[in-house]
Design a binder for this molecule. Sequence first.
Ligand code: HEC
Length: 151
Amino acid sequence: MSRAHHPKRAAPPAWLAALPAWFMALAYAAGAAAPLPAWAQGADGKALFMKNCAACHQASGKGIPGAFPALAGNPLVQGAPGEPVAVLLQGRGGMPDFSGSLSDEEIASVLSYARGAWGNKAAPVGAEAVAALRGQLGAQRHASGQMSNKH
Ligand code: HEC
């Protein structure tokens, strides 16, 4: 549960094998991610995106048609923050779950970047919102396992 500080080992091997487009995407992202002067800006949302998301969704945010959805111009990304936060905390389809590899602050930061990059125009997400939803989802998981949370 406390793997929040392993920035170089964020990729779980299970979904690696499941994705044929991955190797191409990885090579693409590795080349694109080389010069990254984003650290100086305080918020490292862009750096987090390049490291954790760009291999699939691409640095351009346009994804790979038929494999990885575009985040640029994406209504879910720019909608109520709970939706994209839930996707990151739970994973979805071919997308990995980042709840173990990214902290609340990192999830807030990378989503805030995605909500404002590539012409997207949604307000940033706060780490408190991520923490609150993480708590709720955890509680739901327990409740559905035990069915003891209702009166
Ligand atoms: C291994 C490839 C992969 C990585 C890495 C990845 N995603 Fe995804 N992502 C996907 C796929 C595939 C989907 C579509 C899932 C589905 O709906 O079945 C998706 C869906 C999404 C969605 C929902 C879009 C929609 O319209 O439903 C968001 C938001 C998102 N990803 C953000 C991110 C962010 C932010 C990161 C980095 C922290 C990230 N993803 C990393 C593959 C990836």
